[in-house]
Design a protein around this ligand. Sequence first.
Ligand code: NDP
Length: 384
Amino acid sequence: MPEKKIAIFGATGSIGTQALDILKKKPNLYQVDVLTANNNYQSLAEQANLFQPSCVILANEAHKDEFRKYLNYSPQHLEFGQSALEEVAANYEYDLLLNSLVGFAGFMSTYIALKRKKRVALANKESLVVGGEIITKLPAFNEGFLVPVDSEHSAMMQCIEGESMESIQKIIITASGGPFWEYSAEQMKEITVEDALKHPNWDMGSKITIDSSTMMNKGLEIIEAHWLFTIPVEKIEPVIHPQSIIHSIVEFVDGSSKAQLGPPDMKVPIIYALTYPDREPYPNKTLDYSNNLELEFRPVDFEKFPCLRLAMESAEEGGFAPAVLNAANEIAIERFLSKEIHYIDIPKIIEKSLEKITSNKELTPASLMIIDKETRNYANSLLR
Ligand code: NDP
């Protein structure tokens, strides 16, 4: 049994299940000791029965009884409710937290784990979007306890390794452009939930798939990169690269650039984050360079993708603006997925929320919670 223990928050999602696939093939890496899910009790029970972690959390208590029926062993700790995530992040012994929760729900776990100087493999980009200013002040952040899982940030980190931060001139963050980057303004009005859930290159959870289609995902990633690498937003340039082969480029002051490449496969950055600073052999596919490999680049159209513009503006404004952006975006996506609003209403709800919700309070985890709630209430009220 490996000595190091991993806690996987959001184990039943796209990132969580891919991480568990890796750990199934590489049982030497970690003992899977904590697994969590929200609603998906059947999948969580299957994962738990297989890996037999000592702690299992189902955040949505409504499925408590059903969940117990599917478990075929008795974990030492069987916890229910949203607060169990924070309790376990704060009190449980683990060597690495893979935070693959989605949305603001993931922020506190990242914060608590880093405060305890636990290593965090961070898929939950929203943690840094809403709380970058708080997280980057924690000693553990500055001592390298946070490793990104996002493919673009993993790429940036691999390009930056061994370089001084002063030598970076700019970062070119690539974006697939999602399914709609060639759509006209007229076509954008007709987009359905089914259209938006079809990503051309990546198979991901529904929230990030919608974010990719509106290019909010790129905006969130720019904010994430800004905090992760202490780089001004204006030095991070988004570029459409439809093949998703170059995951990002770092340009240096002497005119040299480094890029990180590979087929679009999240298992590559996941295993990098799990094993950093080492590299573990793993049979991920590689590129065939002799077979007409096409690498295209196009400029981003900020008018067609107002979510990207709003994200960049909120990053420049700083303070609570990215938290407002994030909360309004989460509500708008929920409402779009339940077919209560049109696709083109998503940026309108975000923009109105950014105009309305402001605060002079000190930025703390508690004040973030308040602003998040206030924004959600306001964004919902716009729809009534
Ligand atoms: P999914 O929606 O597929 O999975 C999210 C996970 O979090 C599930 O286990 C879900 O449980 C759980 N969860 C959701 N809401 C809550 C909540 N309120 N409380 C507790 N648990 C919750 O998301 P992804 O795996 O796609 O994404 C996870 C994060 O990684 C996101 O921040 C995303 O932006 C980022 N990311 C994802 C990539 C991808 O390829 N998927 C690529 C790069 C970044 P349940 O299954 O029970 O609902």
